[in-house]
Design a protein around this ligand. Structure first.
Ligand SMILES: Nc1ncnc2c1ncn2[C@@H]1O[C@H](COP(=O)(O)OP(=O)(O)OP(=O)(O)O)[C@@H](O)[C@H]1O
Ligand SMILES: [Mg+2]
Length: 220
């Protein structure tokens, strides 16, 4: 399994101005490694992650996994592909507030219709994240650290090939930061590719490959 991004460029229109966020970015993501992406606020980290994980079509360049070229697929096929291969932890709060913690974790399985054994798997993941006692609570009643761990559990629900995490430890204390990074590292060791956007200095201890993004270019 290998995700390949080639010649990625991206331009946003912002307040009537063209904003060139990514300029000719090339990157390969392989199973078994934890990749860290750092860079200042506004440097294009979320933009790049969104392009890599099939959420945002780039202005130029291609993203492919094996023979599959992501943005040449129809939206419905791309969305199925994303659900089957990628676990995504978006930046900020991403829980569905009207569903319980357990239902949130099960959501990727519910959406894809693959519900068999989903509740049990979701419970096992909550147990691994040490929040199993919160299964029936609403996400609004969780602490920041508990919400992050719930988001990690949800991303792992369908056993993805690649985990994408955008600032998964922002606003967490040292203990929770360590716990979340440790779980992501274990996933990389078990053979998944893990791509983490982070400002956290401690990410250095966990990352196998570190990238910096500056003026639209990726530096290793
Ligand atoms: N939908 C959009 N339309 C226009 N401009 C955008 C859009 N999304 C992001 N931008 C701009 O593109 C640039 C890169 O944004 P991006 O969200 O990728 O940054 P980031 O590195 O993730 O920042 P942060 O660390 O604050 O999350 C910023 O200048 C931002 O203002
Ligand atoms: Mg961001």
């Amino acid at each position: 399994m290998e995700l390949r991004a080639e010649h990625i460029c991206h331009t946003f229109l912002q307040g009537g101005q063209r904003l060139e966020v990514l300029k000719e970015v090339n990157l390969t993501i392989q199973g078994g490694y934890l990749y860290a992406l750092q860079g200042r606020s506004g440097s294009g980290k979320t933009t790049l992650m969104s392009i890599l994980c099939g959420i945002l079509a780039p202005s130029g360049g291609t993203v492919s996994m094996g023979d599959t070229v992501l943005y040449s697929m129809k939206d419905s096929a791309l969305s199925r592909f994303r659900g089957a291969h990628f676990g995504i932890i978006p930046q900020g709060q991403s829980a569905v507030s009207t569903l319980t913690v357990l239902e949130n974790v099960m959501l990727p399985a519910s959406i894809s219709g693959s519900c068999g054994g989903a509740a049990q798997r979701a419970r096992e993941l909550l147990d691994r994240m040490q929040i199993s006692d919160l299964a029936d609570v609403m996400p609004g009643e969780l602490s920041g650290g508990e919400q992050r761990r719930m988001a990690v559990a949800r991303a792992l629900m369908r056993d993805p090939d690649i985990i994408f995490a955008d600032e998964p430890t922002s606003d967490l204390d040292a203990g929770n930061t360590e716990a979340v990074l440790q779980i992501l590292k274990e996933e990389a060791k078990s053979g998944k590719a893990v791509f983490v956007v982070s400002h956290e200095d401690r990410i250095s201890e966990y990352a196998d490959v570190k990238y910096d993004i500056k003026e639209g270019r990726l530096l290793q």
